[in-house]
Design a protein around this ligand. Sequence first.
Ligand SMILES: Nc1ncnc2c1ncn2[C@@H]1O[C@H](COP(=O)(O)OP(=O)(O)OP(=O)(O)O)[C@@H](O)[C@H]1O
Length: 340
Amino acid sequence: MFIELDRVEKVFDVRKKTGFLRRERREVRAVDSISFTVARGEMVGYIGPNGAGKSTTIKMLTGILTPSGGRLRVAGIDPSRERTRLARRIGVVFGQRTTLWWDLPLIDSYRLMHRMYRIPDARYRENLDRCVELLELGELLDVPVRQLSLGQRMRGDIAAALLHDPEVLYLDEPTIGLDVISKAKVREFLRELNTGRGTTVLLTTHDLQDIEQLCRRVMVIDHGRLMYDGPLTGLHEVGESERTLVVDLERELPPIEAGPARVVRVEGPRQWLAFPASESAAPLVARIASEYPLVDLSVREPDIEAVIAQMYAQQAERVAERRGAEEAGERVGEPGPAVS
Ligand SMILES: Nc1ncnc2c1ncn2[C@@H]1O[C@H](COP(=O)(O)OP(=O)(O)OP(=O)(O)O)[C@@H](O)[C@H]1O
């Protein structure tokens, strides 16, 4: 397998100021025992709500962050140990940030990368020419990056990530904020990259159409846990299975025992318990209230369900808009009364 994660964890130690001199320490379990594999040449969607742990996973895959536990390999390499060696084989695009030099013309960023990454001349030329052609960058090469539109800059960034011919490309929101035409260009390019060149692609996005048009497989992460791994068609099943009870206790205590609910997260005196969505929360709440020093409590629907519902709603809206536009077009095109 090209990418392998075996019970990978990332725990952040966060210190929060709670008083003049007091600081509270708490753990954030950003990635919680995630296991998956990706074969060479696959294109996989990696989705989840804000704060689910997507970026943390990608940062571990690139070696920027070291896992707190578990085993992780990309092309047989342990990313955090051999980050430089791995860097030659991977490409990364963060939609919200650019790796390009803001004040320089686009081509100068590419020239700098050519030298910085010691890309052999022939390979650099060939890759640059291909990206310029397919991403339609020809007229943009002499334009300073700050003057590019978001869509142009994104295409520029994708080219930058591919100049050294990586075997795998990680994309974090590559179509965010782009207009319909730019989105289509980026998607078309990624499809060609994956099918034509066999580049493995891991795609993080909030846009269901990205997934629909590009990925046969999608992985869903929520609260650091992998909730679903399979074809897009099965996605609606996600989140239907469990709800979460968020319990605030008077003090830090060992994990609450209240089957069938199970504690999935503890942060100081706050505990999160997952329980089957089909069951009523009332008996569970009553039991915890009688056995534990309870301060506050709330029931949370799965975030991921909301995200997926939103993704589908947006898509439905787009379809409705398109239909509306088509119908309006038909009306305009309808023959009017004959004029003699
Ligand atoms: N350096 C850090 N220190 C402390 N906590 C962090 C750090 N980086 C991320 N976190 C926390 O880890 C959790 C997962 O964050 P992450 O950025 O991986 O989520 P995400 O799924 O990429 O979200 P988004 O869609 O908003 O980008 C969040 O609770 C976040 O606050």
